[in-house]
Design a protein around this ligand. Sequence first.
Ligand code: NAP
Length: 242
Amino acid sequence: MNSRPSALITGANKGIGFSIAKGLGELGYQVWVGSRDAIRGRLAVEELETAGIDARLLMLDVTDRSSVEAAAAFMRRHVDGLDVLVNNAGIILGASEPPSEQSMQELKAVYEVNVFGAVRVTQAFLRLLKSAPGARIVMMSSGLGSLGLVTDPDSIYFTANLLAYNSSKTALNAISVAFAKELKPFGIKVNAVEPGSVATDLNGYSGVLTPDQGAVSAIRMATIGRDGPTGGFFGNEGPQPW
Ligand code: NAP
């Protein structure tokens, strides 16, 4: 078994998830790179290892129950506990469609990753999280999931009216609060984070921040001390409106 604290990041083969893995690895965590694709995952692990990080590949498709359960069983054989879980995997579909035209099929597909995926992974890894001394769970939300920001005409999030994506992140915020309440007695802190507008594949590189900049709030919430918050929603600059 490993003496380093361990961190699992879903969707860590690229983008913000990769930067979170790199940042936590640099802080001394053994990082488990969740990836649904073996080749993309292996390349990410190799890049992290080249940077001197203790990185492991964990095959994990958050939409697939048997994949998630197999990943949890695999990890249980290699670590005593899981100190950090970052539910980062996420997708956007139909970004240019008005809400009245988005199909139920797309809506369900987005929820399957962004909402049900995060719940599925959290539930499957709970035994390992409870075995760590004070685990941290981070839900990768978005400013677009904030009802406060998307209804504020002065916010950069006012105009992007994505039915599936925005509402999936609003649901994820509610899910974060629900897990935070249940897990508080176990010393597990659960917070949602918003990375800012980050240039990645997700948005065709239209964001303004680098993935490393977008990883800051997630890394902060993954490593908060015993006096830190739980059940909150945070960006790089601090608390965000729900
Ligand atoms: P990205 O570069 O497209 O990365 C998304 C990651 O999720 C990839 O590793 C992808 O894997 C993975 N993924 C997708 N579906 C998956 C599944 N079913 N199972 C496992 N992994 C899956 O996008 P990103 O911008 O870094 O996004 C990361 C998170 O930040 C998302 O939750 C996103 O909603 C959130 N976010 C991003 C921004 C932004 O400005 N970019 C803003 C707010 C929030 P593959 O390589 O296999 O597709």
